[in-house]
Design a binder for this molecule. Structure first.
Ligand code: GLU
Length: 494
């Protein structure tokens, strides 16, 4: 088997809520890396911590991944040779692996605390290693000294117990991380952590390794919050007699204020970006920049370019901050590269929602409006922020009317515009004919540039600046354009 066909990565979310940019970034890198090598991207749901599972979260995760185009080759919904891909359905696999470890003396039952297995090993399955207990307390290793026969007898007698890993007591655990180099942890800092809880559910650290082995995962690419789990997991790979995967812990993503970006600090769910009308490719691109850099220093890359360019070597360990402005910039560039029809389709739902007259825009007028606004958009939903150029609020129009009426030159320009535009027939009304007519009006009034366009913009949009005015006029149509010009040309009576 060559390196190329043996690359297998995975994304292993816990169904505890919607994905946000911070946690979906791991999926992006795993997906890109698998695609780069023509390998497999596996989706596995880590749902053994039943107390933290949230109803409907699994469906949300799948929906988010599908929307981002991070298609999985194996996992829920598609199956695969290592099914099932939900940890809650893989109990037999964990029990088998546990039996092998106990048999080999690498794990032992522990009857302390009535099998409550307090401290260590539990519930460290979320980025950042969520501590659910009151604090870390090293297990004193009492049950490790029991003879196998004694331990077996107590288990067979039905005594409540957990199963612990017999961690090395001396030396240093060294883990190689592609991003961070060798990470050394004194063995004294690795507890005899719990593998199987008293109720028969595996802990995160155990299930993740058994699954990574069973699913032949070659590269574990994930958030730096899991660094503290890695020595334990590395030891488990060793104990199971399986080569460790390549570990790559991504740079931490901070929020714009420098705090931790996490579900707890209210990071925005991916579904909100979808609702805003961001392009999936733009998000994938932006997320790829959080902890990775292109060798050619490009920042705007298509999905194919990313697949081509991605490599673990270009991952960096330094913290990176989520920057909404940068995301918008990347998104704007992606949107600019779309054909007009795609932008029209993208904004359509938001125009429909905006009600009249926008929901009635169609054909060439709709295209003109979209062409006028598209360069301003980072996401389709932003179109809503620019509709006022077509339908200004009444107060703004009243103000514009006063501004024009105070300025005799502007009034002359408006009159010339009315004449020139009235001469364009309804049938001939297009961005080009309108543009020509506006220029003619300028010639007639002896003005150009700002002196010509400011009165025009004020008359139709109530603003001195804005998108391509010929396209605005085209979208408004002849009648409404002339009405608006007439309204400002009349002496201000209000
Ligand atoms: N289930 C873990 C989480 O939600 C991911 C496990 C891993 O990537 O090793 O963060």
């Amino acid at each position: 088997m060559t390196m190329t066909d043996s690359v297998r990565t995975r994304f292993a979310p816990s169904p505890t809520g919607r994905l946000h940019l911070g946690n979906i970034r791991a999926a992006v890198f795993n997906w890109l890396f698998a695609r780069h090598h023509g390998g497999a991207f596996v989706l596995r749901l880590e749902d053994t911590d039943v107390g933290r599972n949230v109803a409907g979260a699994e469906a949300g995760v799948l929906e988010d991944l599908r929307w981002l185009g991070l298609t999985w080759d194996e996992g829920p919904g598609v199956g695969g040779p290592h099914a099932p891909y939900r940890q809650s359905e893989r109990g037999a696999t964990y029990r088998d692996a546990l039996a092998r470890l106990v048999e080999a003396g690498a794990a032992y039952p522990c009857f302390c605390d009535g099998g409550a297995g307090e401290a260590s090993g539990d519930d460290e399955d979320a980025e950042g290693g969520e501590e659910t207990g009151a604090g870390w307390r090293r297990y004193d290793g009492r049950c490790r000294g029991l003879t196998p026969a004694e331990a077996r007898a107590r288990v067979e007698a039905g005594e409540a117990h957990v199963v612990r890993f017999a961690a090395p007591r001396e030396g240093v655990v060294t883990v190689r991380d592609v991003v961070r180099g060798a990470i050394e942890t004194p063995a004294a800092d690795v507890d005899d952590f719990v593998l199987m809880r008293g109720d028969g559910r595996p802990t995160y650290n155990f299930a993740v390794v058994v699954d990574d082995v069973d699913m032949a995962i070659s590269h574990v690419i994930r958030g730096s919050g899991h660094l503290s789990n890695t020595p334990k997991q590395a030891l488990l790979f060793d104990a199971l007699g399986v080569p460790r995967p390549v570990f790559a812990h991504l740079a931490q993503v901070l929020d714009p204020a420098g705090g931790k970006l996490s579900k707890r600090t209210g990071a925005r769910p991916l579904s909100a970006y979808r609702a805003d009308g961001f392009l999936p490719d733009a998000l994938v691109n932006y997320l790829s920049l959080l902890g990775w850099s292109d060798p050619q220093e490009r920042e705007v890359l298509t999905r194919d370019e990313l697949v081509e360019a991605i490599s673990l070597e270009r991952l960096g360990p330094s913290d990176t901050a989520y920057d909404p402005e940068k995301l918008r910039w990347v998104a704007t560039r992606h949107l600019a590269a779309l054909p007009l029809e795609a932008v029209v389709e993208g904004v359509r739902p938001y125009l429909r929602e905006a009600g009249p007259p926008f929901d009635g825009w169609s054909g060439a007028e709709l295209e003109s409006a979209v062409e006028a606004l598209r360069s301003r958009l980072g996401a389709f939903g932003e179109v809503r922020e620019h509709l006022h150029f077509f339908e200004p609020p009444a107060e703004r129009m009243a103000e514009a009317r006063r501004a024009v009426s105070r300025d005799p030159e502007a009034r002359t320009v408006i009159d010339a515009l009315m004449d020139a535009l009235a001469a364009v027939s309804d049938d001939a009304w297009s961005p080009e004919t309108v543009k020509t007519a506006v220029k003619e009006a300028g010639t007639a009034a002896g003005v150009r540039g700002k002196a010509l366009y400011t009165p025009l913009r004020l008359a139709v949009s109530g603003e001195e600046h804005g998108p391509d005015v010929a396209r605005i006029l085209h979208t408004l149509g002849r009648t409404r354009t002339l009405d608006r010009l007439r309204a400002v040309s009349m002496p201000a009576s209000n």
